[in-house]
Design a protein around this ligand. Sequence first.
Ligand code: F6R
Length: 207
Amino acid sequence: MKIYAAKDYSDLSRKAANLISAQIIMKPDAVLGLATGSTPVGAYKQLIAWYEEGDLDFSRIRSVNLDEYKGLSGEHDQSYRYFMNHNLFNHVNIRKEDTNVPNGLAEDAEAECVRYNGVIAAMGGIDLQLLGIGGNGHIGFNEPSSVFEKGTHVVTLTEETRQSNARFFASIDEVPTHALTMGVGNIMSARKILLLASGEAKAKAVY
Ligand code: F6R
């Protein structure tokens, strides 16, 4: 494990974008595991800027996102599909059909989890998994625990996670109660993992 200290958020974002770019340049058809949340936004902005300058090509890149709220459609502005489209996919030349986010509206969420594990396997696994971390240490929507689910699964969100995500919704009542998330097994199977943490609120979790 390597720890890179960054002097501030923009330094962290540039360093993260550098590492992601290196993956894209070394393997133009790489599978990127992507995350939502506030932390990777700066890195995504930097990747878009380098794409616009002609330094990056996403045309053969494939992606799988960590998680999605259960019950939200991709058009809902708080869904993680919407977030990815607006913060990255719409601004680079990745093919939308090569981007994957769990379907929050799947009638059978358990079956959707099985399908999603199959998507990851069919792509040959994840080359680089980008992660944020919750203030309580959650990864994806895997809350701290002594026992972890290996594969993609449905989780009941903790009150702490719902409260912390309530800032993006009109009220706490609108925050979904469940989500579909990759499991710790999916994440740990990635060939490389890049975990970003920014700000004092993450210090305890990182420690
Ligand atoms: C996002 C995700 C979450 C976030 C975490 C940190 O896809 O799975 O685990 O990475 O909640 O969120 P931010 O970056 O908003 O502090």
